[in-house]
Design a protein around this ligand. Structure first.
Ligand code: SF4
Length: 498
């Protein structure tokens, strides 16, 4: 069997950017490394794919012995079909230089049907060319498909007892949309096969296509000429406007002529302050914010974890479940006390129970609860109210005491160029308290904490559990200590002026 020139995934890569396809085929070593979190997402996809096979039990698996031996899968699929099998997992076909592996191929009384499994919670636009090239390859290999569907996660499913896979998944036919795309597929296949066989890298500059529909994994290579802090970091600026500036040869904020380019108020402030290096402070608003605080102050931060396939009863796919908090309790006289909670990583014990019971105890009944990005914590508390109606009143009381330390930064009452247009605590902290840093911590951001705890729950975490639990605590503690320090800076500012 002649080796294929395109696979389904390289076909999609080529549709996004010919250069990405070419680099992938000829300069694979330039590809960005896969991060631990991306790998966790891929692993989750594999888990979802395997679970979806149970929708059509008893099938034959055509998977190859290694990803580099896809021809084995083609031969196995052919063999299964000849033997009269009617359910085939990883059914793989090759036609006209294109190789496509389908998650589940099924024959029922109506004929052959194709099912492609996605971990997303709806059919995405990018799934249609994906299914269309599959249809093209399968039908031209002699299987007359009567339907092709995307199997995706149903995010309305609430787990109660063992997973009900018929509730967990939605099956949505994309047959009509796939058929509408069919006339284009052979043309695109030819175009992309030509790209692969070129002698030189396609001359394509960076553009909005670098992140659409996926973030390209050659950005590390193609975006080398973009400074670490650039026009692409202007907050909330439309991507097209960023590339308008780029096309004029403007890369840094210093190069922007503010008399010629119109920005929103916050964007203007970001550019202007980068150019003059000055800090912007609205003392009156900050003073009002500080005056409005009621002691003792509870600086609180949650960490959450979620999985495509819910682990605990009364939870939905991807629902973020709180498993950890850090709390710095600050008295008006400056006294500070620290409390924390980190649930046991146990798939048989819902972390939310210990979390909320301890939180209620630790938060007492008086004083404001300061969080950073209130919408997040409030959303999780609302979820907990639904799951634990017996604690409804206590949780409601907590919600009423919440205040958001992000407000002065989100509203740009305090903005310094070091914040680089961001009001996230990861940018605000080094700008305000440069001696405090996440850099020395083993875990440096919430996404990593969430992934690690999820892996611990599933029993597939490969590091030292005890050491990593300490690292999780240190990370969460830093978030609330950062809040204490940030508030201190704000308070100092207002004292100066009184
Ligand atoms: S980074 Fe952009 S230009 Fe470079 S290969 Fe990827 S999509 Fe193409």
């Amino acid at each position: 069997m002649k080796k294929h020139l395109l696979s389904k995934s390289t076909f999609l890569r080529g549709l996004q950017c010919e250069k990405s396809l070419y680099l992938y085929k000829h300069y694979y070593e330039l590809k960005d490394e896969v991060s631990t979190q991306q790998q966790a997402i891929f692993d989750q996809g594999t888990e979802v794919g395997l679970l979806a096979q149970e929708l059509f039990p008893g099938g034959k698996d055509a998977s190859p012995s290694s990803h580099f031996k896809m021809h084995e899968a083609v031969l196995k699929t052919r063999e299964f079909l000849e033997e009269g099998e009617t359910i085939i997992y990883e059914a793989t076909f090759q036609y006209n230089g294109v190789l496509a592996a389908l998650d589940i191929l099924v024959k029922d009384e109506e004929g052959w049907k194709a099912y492609e499994v996605k971990s997303s919670t709806s059919v995405k636009e990018v799934n249609i060319p994906d299914a269309a090239v599959q249809y093209y390859t399968i039908v031209n290999s002699g299987i007359d498909l009567v339907d092709i569907s995307i199997v995706h996660i149903n995010n309305q499913y609430v787990k109660q007892g063992p997973i009900d896979i018929h509730q967990l998944f939605n099956i949505e036919s994309v047959y009509d949309r796939v058929m509408a795309l069919q006339p284009k597929i052979p043309l695109e296949v030819e175009r992309l096969k030509n790209v692969v066989q070129k002698d030189t890298v396609p001359d394509i500059d960076i553009g909005p296509h670098c992140d659409k529909p996926y973030t390209c994994d050659f950005k590390g290579y193609c975006w080398q000429h973009i400074p670490e802090y650039s026009i692409f970091n202007i907050s909330n600026l439309r991507v097209n406007k960023k590339f308008e500036l780029y096309d004029q040869g403007i890369l840094t904020l210093e190069e922007i002529n503010l008399t010629q380019v119109t920005f929103g108020t916050h964007q203007h402030l970001q550019v202007e302050r980068e150019q003059n290096g000055e800090t912007h402070i609205e003392h009156d608003k900050i003073r009002e914010f500080i005056k409005d605080l009621n002691y003792p102050l509870y600086h609180l931060d949650f960490e959450t974890t979620g999985a495509a396939v819910p682990i605990y009863d009364n939870s939905k796919p991807y629902q973020q479940l709180p498993f950890q908090y850090s709390l710095h309790i600050e008295q008006e006289d400056g006294g500070i006390e620290h409390r924390e909670f980190l649930a046991e990583a146990d798939r048989d014990r819902d972390p939310r129970i210990g979390f909320i019971e301890n939180l209620i105890k630790d938060l007492g009944t008086k004083g404001d609860i300061l969080v950073y990005n209130q919408g997040f914590e409030e959303g999780k508390l609302k979820d907990l109210q639904k799951v634990f109606p017996r604690l409804d009143q206590e949780i409601d009381a907590i919600r009423k005491r919440l205040k958001d330390l992000m407000i002065p930064f989100k509203n740009k009452w305090y903005y310094t160029p070091e914040m680089k247009g961001s009001y996230s605590i990861k940018h605000v902290l080094p700008a305000l308290v440069p001696e405090l840093s996440y850099q020395d911590l083993e875990i440096q951001e919430g996404g990593a904490a969430s992934t690690i705890f999820g892996q611990m729950v599933m029993g597939n975490f490969e590091g030292d559990n005890q050491k990593t639990r300490e690292a999780l605590k240190a990370y969460c503690k830093m978030d609330t200590w950062a809040m204490v320090e940030i508030l201190k800076i704000l308070k100092d500012l207002t004292y100066d002026r009184e």
